[in-house]
Design a protein around this ligand. Sequence first.
Ligand SMILES: *Cc1c(COP(=O)(O)O)cnc(C)c1O
Length: 431
Amino acid sequence: MTTLTRTGPKPVPVPSLPSEPDHAAAVDFMHREREFGARNYDPLPVVLSRGEGSWLTDVDGRRYLDLMSAYSAVSFGHAHPKIVAAFTGQAHRLAVTSRAYFNDRLPLLLERLVALTGLDRALPVNTGLEAVETAIKAARKWAHQVKGVPEGRAEIIACRGNFHGRSITITGLSTEAQYRDGFGPYPPGLVTVPFDDPGSLEAAIGPHTAAFLVEPVQGEAGIIVPKDGYLARCAEICRRHRVLLICDEVQTGLGRTGTLFGWQHDGAKPDGVTLGKALGGGLMPVSAFVATEDVMQVFHPGDHGSTFGGNALAAAVALAALDVLEDERLAARSRELGEWLLDELRRLDSPLVKAVRGRGLFIGIEVDPAQATARQVVDRLLIRGILSKDTHGTVIRIAPPLNVPREALVWAVGEIRVALRDVEGEPRRVA
Ligand SMILES: *Cc1c(COP(=O)(O)O)cnc(C)c1O
């Protein structure tokens, strides 16, 4: 195998496409997954077997820089020693007891989440969609019991292009045909308005509106950054109409956008927040809905819950992840590195690039669809030892672990430049 010494911190073997003969192991794994798995994913042709920090290694020993971080689930890097130590230590001590009893880790996590958000109470669940479902249930019950909306009439407003997960209700809020088609019927009371348009939000609010659910930066839609002040305007409108503002921070939260939470960019204060992904420290699913007393008091014992939610192992891991976030000052690091990286990427000067946008280390490179698909660039990056991912066919997602070494990003920018030039010489591929 050829080895190229790159400007990055370590020599990286040059990967080639997995159709080559020395990729027998990788091809076998891919074949089995395609043979026996449901076809609801179409992964890039790389089979990963190790991860350390910002680097991943495939079954053939090739190393890749991770510019995806598992959609921010790995914001603090792969196998962070402090988080792994918390995980293994806690796994030996106590993992799952259900919420039929107290445990000696969860109370510490709840207190920490309340302190971080400045809200009053936290409700732990496991995945992002569960946190969003919890938020929607809380908002509906709040509307019926506190706001005085007639029973069964509460409405939730979300934004076009949103991504909040894949349950039936959340899919019902989606405006993406592929996510919706064939999965209905959907529950009533779900409304969408254009993102980054406070006027449309105000116009859509009616007497039955319970909550406005919004991502501070739309992730899956293609890293769509709203105008400055958007969330502050939304917060003001929601307050005036007695509508809850719920920020879905599952992807933007915990430093990704250069502040601890995305809403802080505008100084807006939500009534409720969903957290997930990075909260699990890159090791396991941990999520939470955190809200004001006014909202959270709607829940009484038995109203809502989750067998694994708030288990001691999850709480210990989340606490360690939050320690890493604070000890390594990763929100500030995301802001500083993100500003620098955005600037570098904007200077790529490729005819394929229509726009580069982002906030913190949450960056999208939009490819001109008349010339190439984002997947063509992503495939080229894979060959060059960089893992990224296209979203919506036209946007390349750049979201490394927040503790990625700066030199690795310097190297990556050079590789992205070469990958774009390679694609410039290719015919446009059908998506
Ligand atoms: C990923 C994501 C979710 C869903 O999280 P899962 O853990 O996949 O259920 C919800 N909201 C946002 C903003 C997300 O990015």
